[in-house]
Design a protein around this ligand. Sequence first.
Ligand code: COA
Length: 204
Amino acid sequence: MVVSYIKRSPNVNTSRQGGLLNRLLFTLRNKVKVKNGNTINVASATRIRQCHISIKGTGNKLMIDDGANLKGVHIEINGNNCSLTVGKHSVIGEGCYLSARENGTTLTIGENCMFSRNVKVMTSDGHDILCANERINPAKSITIGSHVWLADGAVVLKGNDIGDHSVVGINAVVTHDVPTNSIAAGNPAKIIKSDICWDEKLTY
Ligand SMILES: CC(C)(COP(=O)(O)OP(=O)(O)OC[C@H]1O[C@@H](n2cnc3c(N)ncnc32)[C@H](O)[C@@H]1OP(=O)(O)O)[C@@H](O)C(=O)NCCC(=O)NCCS
C-alpha cells in the first residue's frame, strides 16, 4: 500500500457522500504532502490512486473534477496562490507530471482530456536564467482546453496553451500555443495537421 501522510492538517475536501471515508481513502491511496493553508477539492466519482501530491506555500488550490481518473501521477504545486485543475472526466496516465510552480501561476486542464503516459506539463522551468542580472524565464500559466489528447511523453512548457480537440504527438515538446482541432508534433512541436478531431475509440 502507498504510504500517505498529511502535514499540519491541510484542507482536503471530498464532495461525495460519506466525505470522511472518501477523504481517508484519498489519503490512503495516494502519497499526499500538503502544507497548512492550502486546499484540495476532489469531486464525485473520481478515481485517484498511486499519485504523489505535494503542495508547498499557501493559498494554493488543487481541484479534481467529477469523474477524473488519475493513476500514478505526480502533482506538484509550489508557490503562493497557485491553482491546478483537472477537468471533468479527464484521464491522466502513469508517470505524468503536472506542476504549477511560482506565485500565482495556474495550470488548467479542461474536460474529457486524455493524457497518455509520461506527459509533463509545467508552468515553471524550475530555476532562474539571468541575462544582465534580469531574469529572462519567468513562470507562465498554462491552459489545456477540453478534449485534448497528449500522446506518450509529450511535454508542454510554460505559457503554452493547447486548444480544444487538439492532439500533441509522441515525445513532442510544445513551445508555442497549439490552436484548436490541430495536431502538433516534433521537438520543437510544429503544427502538422489542422481541422482534425479525434476519438478515444479505435476502429479496426
Ligand atoms: C500525433 C500522431 C497521432 C499523428 O499521427 P498522424 O496524424 O497519422 O500523422 P502522420 O503519420 O500522417 O504524420 C504527418 C507528418 O508529421 C510527422 N510526424 C508525425 N508524428 C510525429 C512525431 N511524433 N514527431 C515528429 N514528426 C511527426 C510525420 O513525419 C509526417 O511528416 P511528413 O508529412 O513530412 O512526412 C502520431 O504521430 C503519434 O504521436 N502517435 C502516438 C500516439 C500515442 O502516444 N499513443 C499512446 C496511447 S495514448
